[in-house]
Design a protein around this ligand. Structure first.
Ligand code: HEM
Length: 397
C-alpha cells in the first residue's frame, strides 16, 4: 500500500475522513487508490462524480463479482454473494428491492413507532439507573438498533451478542483473518436458515414472517435470497445506525450543540441529517464497474474500470456544503450521500432516520446535562474495521 493510500484507509484518532480527501478533491478527483485487499481501483471523491457513479445505470454491481475483479478486502467475502440485494443489477434487483422497500415503507415505520420508542425509553431508564455516568456505546448506541432490529424481525434478543460478533468479523479489514471472516459468515447464514425453518408456518406478524411469505407465496424471493436478505437486514440494521449515533452524540458533545438540541428539540430532524452527513461511517462505498465508457463531471471512466465512490468525501465537498468541516445542526441544506443514491439507495433509511430522531429526542429530554467524562482526544476508536466508530464513549450527566 502506498503512503498516499494509507492516508485514505488508515484509522484517524478522531474517526474523521482523511485530510487526503481534500487534496484529491482539488487535484486528483478520479485517481487510483489501493484497497485493503491490495487491488487498485479509481476513487471518486467529488460530490458530482460520486452522485453520478451511484445513479448512472452504466455502473454495475453484478460485474464487480467477476473472479478477477478488484475486491475491497482480501479473500472471499460474505458480500460477494450474488444473492445479496446490494450485488444485483436490474431486473433481478428491481424484483427483490420492491419487496424490501414495501416492508420498510414510511407507513410501516410509523406503525413501528411505539416499539421503537419503548426500546429507546427502556435503554434510557437503564442509563439513569446506572447513577450519573456510563459508557454510552455499550449501554445505548449499540443495544438500541440491535434491540429494534431483533424486535421488528422477530429474532431472539438473547442472540444479539452472536450477531454483533459475526458482523464485526464479516466487516473487518484487518482485525480478523480471511478464514475467521468466512467462518463467521457461514455461522451467521446457518443460524438464519434455522431461524427461518422454525418460523415457517407460524403466521407471525414480524418482518421475518413477511419475508418468508414473500418467498413461499409468490416465488418472489428464492431461498438463498431470503437467507442473505435476513442476514443483511440484521447486519445493515444495526452497525451503521449505532456508528452514526455514537459519532453524532460525540460531535454534539464536543461542539456544545447538544445544548442547542435540548433548548430547541424541534430542530432535531434537521440535526439528524447533519449527523448523517458528518458521521458517514466508512470512507468508501461499495465498488462499481463501468459496463461502457462513462463521462463523469471530472473525467472519463473506461469500460471495465472499477470505481470506489467515496460518500464520506462527497459529504465534505465545499462545492455543495459551505464550510464542510464544520459540524452544524442548523445547516440549511444537507443533501448528503450517507444512504447512497440511485437504485441501491439504503432500503432502511426511513427506519434509521426514525431511530436517530427518537434517540436524540429521548436523550436530550431525559439527560439534558449529558457531557463527555473524558477529554475528546482520549476517546478510543475501534481499529481494523471498515466502519469508523468510537470503542467507548464515557459520559456523565
Ligand atoms: C444510519 C444507518 C444506515 C446507513 C448509514 C446506511 C447506509 C447504506 C448505504 C450507503 C447503502 C447503499 C450502498 C451502495 O449503494 O453502495 C445502503 C443500502 C442498504 N441498506 Fe442501509 N444504512 C443504514 C441503515 C440501514 C437499516 C436500519 C437497514 C434495514 C433495517 C438498512 C438496509 C439496507 C439495505 C437492505 C440496503 C441495500 C439496498 C439495495 O441494494 O437496493 N440500512 N445502506
Amino acid at each position: 500500500m502506498t503512503q498516499q493510500d494509507e492516508g485514505v484507509f488508515s484509522a484517524r484518532p478522531d474517526g474523521s475522513p482523511p485530510p487526503e480527501f481534500a487534496r484529491r478533491r482539488a487535484d486528483a478527483p478520479l485517481a487510483p487508490v489501493t484497497l485493503p485487499s491490495g487491488d487498485e481501483v479509481t476513487m471518486a471523491v467529488r460530490y458530482a462524480d460520486v452522485h453520478e457513479v451511484l445513479t448512472n445505470p452504466a455502473f454495475s454491481r453484478e460485474a464487480t463479482l467477476a473472479p478477477d475483479a478488484p475486491r475491497i478486502l482480501p479473500g472471499e467475502e460474505f458480500g460477494e454473494d450474488p444473492n445479496a440485494l446490494t450485488n444485483m443489477d436490474p431486473p433481478r434487483h428491481t424484483r427483490v428491492r420492491r419487496i424490501v422497500t414495501g416492508i420498510f415503507s414510511p407507513r410501516n415505520v410509523k406503525a413501528w413507532h411505539p416499539k421503537v420508542l419503548a426500546i429507546t425509553e427502556h435503554l434510557t431508564d437503564g442509563l439513569v439507573a446506572q447513577g450519573t455516568s456510563a459508557d454510552l456505546i455499550s449501554a445505548f448506541t449499540v443495544p438500541l438498533p440491535i434491540q429494534i432490529m431483533c424486535e421488528l424481525l422477530g429474532v431472539p434478543p438473547a442472540d444479539r451478542e452472536k450477531f454483533q460478533t459475526w458482523t464485526d468479523m464479516i466487516i473487518s479489514s484487518t482485525a480478523f483473518t480471511v478464514e475467521e471472516r468466512i467462518a463467521a459468515a457461514g455461522e451467521f447464514s446457518g443460524y438464519v436458515r434455522e431461524l427461518i425453518a422454525a418460523r415457517r408456518g407460524s403466521e407471525g406478524d414480524a418482518l421475518i414472517d413477511a419475508l418468508i411469505s414473500a418467498h413461499d407465496e409468490g416465488e418472489r424471493l428464492s431461498e438463498a435470497e431470503l437467507v442473505h436478505l435476513t442476514v443483511m437486514l440484521i447486519m445493515a440494521g444495526y452497525e451503521t445506525t449505532a456508528t452514526v449515533l455514537a459519532r453524532g452524540v460525540l460531535s454534539l458533545l464536543t461542539t456544545d450543540q447538544y445544548r442547542v438540541l435540548c433548548a430547541e428539540p424541534e430542530i432535531i430532524p434537521g440535526a439528524v441529517e447533519e449527523l448523517l452527513r458528518y458521521g458517514m461511517p466508512s470512507d468508501g462505498g461499495l465498488l462499481r464497474m463501468a459496463t461502457s465508457d462513462v463521462r463523469l463531471p471530472s473525467g472519463v471512466v473506461r469500460a471495465g474500470q472499477t470505481v470506489m465512490p467515496s460518500m464520506a468525501s462527497a459529504n465534505r465537498d465545499p462545492e455543495v456544503f459551505p464550510d464542510p468541516e464544520r459540524f452544524d445542526v442548523r445547516r440549511a441544506e444537507c443533501p448528503h450521500l450517507t444512504f447512497g443514491q440511485g437504485p441501491h439507495y439504503c432500503a432502511g433509511a426511513n427506519l434509521a432516520r426514525h431511530e436517530l430522531r427518537l434517540a436524540l429526542e429521548t436523550l436530550t429530554r431525559r439527560l439534558p446535562g449529558l457531557r463527555l467524562a473524558v477529554a475528546a482526544d482520549e476517546v478510543e476508536w475501534r481499529s481494523g474495521l471498515l466502519l469508523r466508530a468510537p470503542l467507548r464513549l464515557p459520559v456523565t450527566w
